[in-house]
Design a protein around this ligand. Sequence first.
Ligand code: AMP
Length: 395
Amino acid sequence: MSKTFAINAGSSSLKFQLYQMPEEEVIAKGLVERIGIENSIFKIEYGDDQEFEMTEDIEDHGRAVEILFEKLQEFNIVEDMKEIEGVGHRVVAGGEAFKESTVVTDEVIAKVDELSEFAPLHNPAEAAVMRVFQEELPHATMVAVFDTSFHTSMPEVNYMYSLPYEYYEEYGARKYGAHGTSHQFVSQRAAELAGKPIEDLKIITCHLGNGGSITAVQGGKSVDTSMGFTPLAGITMGTRTGDLDVSLVPFLMDKLNISDVNEMVNIFNKKSGLLGISGVSSDMRDVESAAEAGNHRAQLAIDIFVNRVQKYIGQYIAVMNGVDIIVFTAGIGENSATTRAAVLEGLTWFGIEVDAERNDTRKEAQISSDESKVLVYNIPTNEEVAIAREVERLK
Ligand code: AMP
């Protein structure tokens, strides 16, 4: 019986799903939060709705993995750790080095570490977790799946910034994008649903979660995406600004009496977006409830969110000179029928028509009318299963 982990390590967190492969059945999933901070939380779900949660100080990711392995055995989820034959790690920044998923070696880990300046919160934790798994499960095939790989197909005209060229050559200052695994997963599924070869299709994928990005997928390849050098760029997000005039950086630092530019960037990353505009929450559900209750700033946050998504869809129709399919996915994309409707109702000039009844869903479905010139799908994303599949492919 072969089991495969999909691991997603953040600076202070570790999310995991354990699959029975090749059936792709989830046999356990959970997360460890507040690693390195006191009162860390360990949660695991398994079997028939069984759950376990505990709070204790977990000093680092190594200890988090140790506890995970102890619990897997204690709850008889895994009898022998040798059953775990594969481990897939999500890696945020792969730079230009990793054009596809890669079997993990010492060199790969060193390179992931080296790319830390592109994702200072994520890559060091991911490299550390890979080292722990390498030691604990030496028999398993480990694969690194990069958030950026899918976007390495972007043409230079779309990934270059209008900066002195040497900054790209010397420092790698360019657009890398993110959420690649999700954009690839839902675009492939969209082509399957449409019953057409992906090579012939122009698809715009809207990954609208707490973080959000939009990608133009032409012939199965990412040709442009809304996130940039880091995941700060693009559409308005839960707490991130999305696109911004950089002249605001010195202006606001002066007004707010901030001397450390990192503090300013932190505000752009953590206190802006839906949270900053509404003053209510970064969570779309809370913002929607507040707007319904008449809160003007909450309504404004939703309006800005919808407007930015529409603008990117418009841009990408121009980038590809057309669009056959638009896909909505992730927390907001999959669940908020009102957000989807608001986005699509502003795009009727393109011949896009939403069917209100079909749109009233949280499941995989076509939500465009039969008359619509463009197919629109709601497709739940599943980055974890995509990671587990990459492990199987490379095993
Ligand atoms: P994710 O990062 O993909 O987990 O998405 C998180 C976002 O999805 C949060 O802003 C949630 O408020 C939003 N979300 C989840 N369920 C719903 C829902 N039923 N209606 C609106 N937004 C939702």
